[in-house]
Design a protein around this ligand. Sequence first.
Ligand SMILES: [Zn+2]
Length: 699
Amino acid sequence: MKIKRTTIVIGCFLAELFFVNVTGQNKYQQHIQLPVIPQPNQVTLLQGSFSLTKDNGMILEMADSIRKQIMAYMVEEKEKPLYRHLVQISGKKKEKNNIRFIICPTQNIPTEGYHLRITQDSLLLEASQASGLFYGMQTLVQMAMNTENGQILPAVEIFDKPRFAYRGVMLDISRHFYGKDFLKKQIDLLAQYKINRLHLHLTDAAGWRIEIEHFPRLTSQAAWRTQAKWKDWWNGKRYYSTETHREAYGGYLTKNDVRELVEYAQKRAITIIPEIEMPSHSEEVLAAYPELSCTHQPYGPSDFCIGNEKTFRFLEEVLLEIMDLFPSEYIHIGGDEAPKTAWKTCLLCQRRIREEGLNGVDGLQSYLIHRIERFLNAHGRNLLGWDEILDGGLAPNATVMSWRGTEGGLAAVRSGHRAIMTPGAYCYLDSYQDAPNTQPEAIGGYLPLEKVYHYDPIPKELPDSLHHLIYGIQGNLWTEYIPTPEHAEYMLYPRALAVAETGWTNPDIKSWPDFHQRAMNAIEYMRHAGYNPFDLAKEYGNRPETAQQCKHKAFGKPVIYKAPYWHTYPAEGERTLTDGLRGGWNYNDGRWQGFVSSRRLDIVIDLEKTDTIHCIEADFMQLCGPGVFLPEQIKISISNNGNEFVPLTSWKHQVVRDDTLTIKRFTWKGEVSTRFIRYQAEASPTYGGVIFTDEIVVK
Ligand SMILES: [Zn+2]
């Protein structure tokens, strides 16, 4: 009998992957890596193994109501061999070989934690509450899946508890709608990996996705649009349709759907957090109820009119129905990306600013957030919002979901608020997970499994005394470019498993090579269970040029910027273009330097002595979605004194908008003697955007 591909970690030393023979001698008693995601925090391997056979007894010591719930869960999940076995033997007590599940509230076992002790003739799983027992069961299920025949478990003792209380995944069901059955299927899998929050992005311009009795047009109109694919609709006229229209695309969760989902998730220790966007991302609401907009016209601004009391009556009615459906502590109110433009000229909004003494339109946004927070608090709930809720002063009890980097989270924590970390560069699961030319079109970025795995939600600069305010981590699946449920699974898995392990497992136990192998096994399991994960075995990886530093004649030489680089994408500043480091698939990877079109790229490299050169080459990126374009014109000139330059070569390049990521290399070859090289690149006046390059290579 063996555990598949188990890794032993001794202190900081990572042993090679090898098979542990648990029936044989094993001198390593600490920090065993089990074939389980997320890796349990304290594992000791014992002698021998425990067999799952018809001779087992099954004892459930806990309150009746919880026992019923656990039995119901195991019956629902009985395609998993372990649960099938436990259901078959439940209620039968034997002399030995008993499986005992105990929930004892007075036990000193931490929240969500569990103690599992497997010996040759007994299996004990105990917790102080139902969620802890549930997580112990998930560990057991995965151990059983990864042993031969699923019938022999290694003798082991585990004391486990999560690193973070909040371990979330967000699904955007507005941009594309996937219904109740899809959500249940994901809840099943996420729960297995000890994710405990499912955040549903229920409303956005692309469609309102939940029944609200007070406002029927939200679902008869705002839930439907004229084109199925978000991209076609967004690049087109962005019209809404009606539920009864033959060609309308959309859908929504009925109240009964939601009740069913909430109960289904609760049984799996998952809390569903609803998100209702305000004050912006609300075009669909304002199309159905234009009186809530500053212009009183549909298809106008995306922001609610905050000067109008009708807006608050609407939001409060909606939130009352939402709170009635979702028992979660948190109600997410969005709060992100408000353009605030219409507020500047709206008489009602301006009157509100005057009467309340607010600091312009930023103060107006803050007024709404504070007022909604008071409303939620009065109903026993807390407000959760994207990090823009910090603008204009954070509402007193609010929790920040930090997406624009880690600064929002840090600011929140420093002012004594909780933060949930979900920075785009590590947690946006809609980015490409492999080389873009091998993948279906994505919104951009490059976020392979390894990068997700290496993210630590606790920023290095945060003092220990504030660590407890980092409440957890969340992976976000925005779905602009994800039209089908199968595609959503492809983007979610296995990256959501890396989020799960970071959320649960202490950093000193985490091991990338071991996790990679466990993720491969999990993918095999997922396929078997009818999911559509990304095939990690075929991963191409980052751009080959990134693998090693490129030494050339301009390497380490000074660069003079005739026009500044864009401060948003500085990479390594003035060293970037001669540091020998080539960029990867992501313009945001700290190796590509950005130049906005108004300023263009115009630099001079000083070789510090006159030298004979034979080649000058540079790569440029194009990714039209986020506005990254190849240059239209490139000029190279040379000089021996740094003042008078003579042209060496130039290119005119026809910029064409497309859907793919392109990296194009411009190369000059010849022979010339020079000390200074001036490199200029200009954007197309038609497209503008940002020019990105990573290195000017001189040979
Ligand atoms: Zn207004």
